[in-house]
Design a protein around this ligand. Structure first.
Ligand code: 4AD
Ligand code: MG
Length: 460
């Protein structure tokens, strides 16, 4: 008999169906002639109850099954007389695959997120993390579906690169040298002898590669891991995160904003449709305002304002901020959240930031002071998307590189794209974990990624 899964069984089962179910025991209790087990197989939030009759030939062993043990149950489905469940399984056979000792850390009670982070290898077995990671899976597929429906091509940008796209220097080095220093040149590290014959890093963004492909295939996107050696322990930064990066040829900043808004709305709507039970868990136990926030995102037009306007608003409010508000400085999370949560009460797209605080590749505006940058800010998080129209003019780009300390020689191939058939183009990066925080109400980014990488933490 083929193994069935609880999610399938709950959708398409009929009384007296014979089933084989494998999963982990959440709880077990005995009554006079029966042992009742709640089994979960990870396919959905719901458990299924198994009734093991005392005439099973291994009944004595069944009575010793503990929480966390793995079992395979063959039996027939019967309609459940109990509340809150449609079906239960009357076992004909209970195979004990393994018994978990009493030290199993996930006994039936609520555990804190902090505690669960110390057992990151077991936390997906809890209701909350199981739901969170099923949502993560669904959202990944929804992203691919969104782009496929719009005719975008999926590009695999490299993970090892020689460039620092954001120019922020937050790079993890990739090297085969022992401790990063070439043995023959211990005093003067030189990378010509290293594996690639040059300094190499883990990518901070797939954008530069995506741009090359947008200028060939039209509309493209990347979706992969990116790495930043930011030594900041905040609840919205990790050193390894996944980024979705669309890039569109013949598209300006307005088309870019439209895509960002459409994409966020599409993904939220998809989830509400496809993961109602898992989302409901978060709405009940994690963030009571979650449904209202998600509903608001799907229904409202995102506000679009200039950076200068945002600065004005922030200056005029009576709210006290930790960081000062000044034209020419980047918006801090507290500023972003004030704008989206308190002032506009919906997602906000801020555009046209001062060129001095943005990377070389953003298109210089006619005022010569600002660039065609866009950040999308959402409640509870702040920045979820960062993007821009790209500088497509060779001379301007080269000058911007020089002004920002980027050596044009290292980016000759990038500049080439502005020499041969250059065209206006735009794109952005959406932080996948920040999107997950938004749709689950989870407030710490460490809790939406399977094995979080943060400074000083690489246990799992
Ligand atoms: O704003 P960022 O730095 O933009 C770029 O990297 C562009 N090259 C993207 C592009 O235009 N193709 O990063 C984009 C998004 C941020 O808005 C944020 O959601 C997320 O990536 N992000 C992080 N998420 C988790 N941890 C970190 N350390 C992050 N840094 C950025
Ligand atoms: Mg940014």
């Amino acid at each position: 008999m083929n193994r069935t899964k609880i999610n399938i069984l709950l959708k398409a089962a009929a009384p007296d169906d014979n089933v084989l179910l494998k999963g982990w025991v959440r709880t077990r209790r005995d009554s006079k002639d029966f042992s009742f087990m709640e089994i979960n197989d990870g396919s959905c939030l719901k458990n299924i109850q198994v009734i093991a009759d005392s005439d099973l030939n291994n009944y004595e062993a069944v009575k010793k099954i503990t929480t966390g043990s793995a079992v395979a149950v063959t039996g027939s489905l019967i309609e459940s007389p109990g509340r809150g469940q449609k079906w239960e399984i009357k076992a004909q056979n209970v195979e004990i695959i393994s018994i978990a000792p009493d030290s199993y850390p996930l006994q039936k009670k609520r555990h804190t997120d902090e505690f669960l982070r110390t057992i990151a290898h077991l936390r997906p077995r809890t209701n909350k993390y199981g739901a969170g990671f099923r949502i993560r899976s669904e959202l990944s597929f929804a992203i691919h579906r969104f782009f496929k429906e719009k005719g975008f091509k999926y590009i695999h940008s490299p993970i090892i690169t020689g460039s620092d796209c954001e120019g922020a220097g937050e790079l993890f080095r990739v090297t085969t040298f022992d401790r990063g220093v070439p043995q023959s040149q211990e005093k003067q590290p030189g990378y010509t002898e290293d594996f690639f014959g040059a300094e190499t890093y883990l990518t901070v963004s797939g954008q530069l590669a995506a741009e090359m492909f947008a200028l060939a295939l039209g509309d493209v996107y990347t979706f992969g891991p990116t790495f930043r050696a930011e030594n900041s322990n905040t609840r919205r930064h990790v050193a390894e995160f996944w980024m979705v990066e669309p890039e569109m040829a013949f598209c300006d900043i307005n088309g870019n904003m439209d895509l960002g808004e459409e994409m966020i709305k599409y993904l939220v709507a998809c989830l509400l449709e496809e993961c109602p039970e898992d989302i409901e868990l978060f709405a009940r136990f994690v963030d009571k305002k979650l449904m209202a926030v998600l509903d608001n995102i799907v229904k409202s037009d995102f506000v679009r304002i200039d950076y200068a306007e945002a600065i004005d608003i922030l200056k005029k409010t009576k709210r006290k901020f930790e960081f000062p508000v000044k034209f020419g400085t980047d918006l801090q999370t507290e500023h972003e959240r004030f704008l989206t949560e308190h002032y506009f009460k919906k997602p906000v797209i801020v555009i046209n930031y001062p060129k001095t605080i943005k990377p070389f590749y953003m298109r210089l505006n006619d005022d010569d002071r600002t660039v065609a940058a866009m950040d999308v800010l959402v409640p509870g998080i702040g920045e979820i998307i960062g993007g821009s129209q790209r500088e497509e003019r060779f001379d301007v780009l080269q000058a911007r590189m020089q002004a920002t300390g980027v050596d044009p020689q290292n980016y000759w191939w990038y500049l080439d794209s502005r020499k041969y058939g250059t065209a206006p183009h735009s794109g952005f990066g959406l932080g996948f974990e920040r999107l997950l925080m938004l749709v689950t109400g989870i407030s710490n980014i460490r809790d939406v990624i399977p094995f979080p990488r943060t400074p000083g933490n690489i246990e799992f």
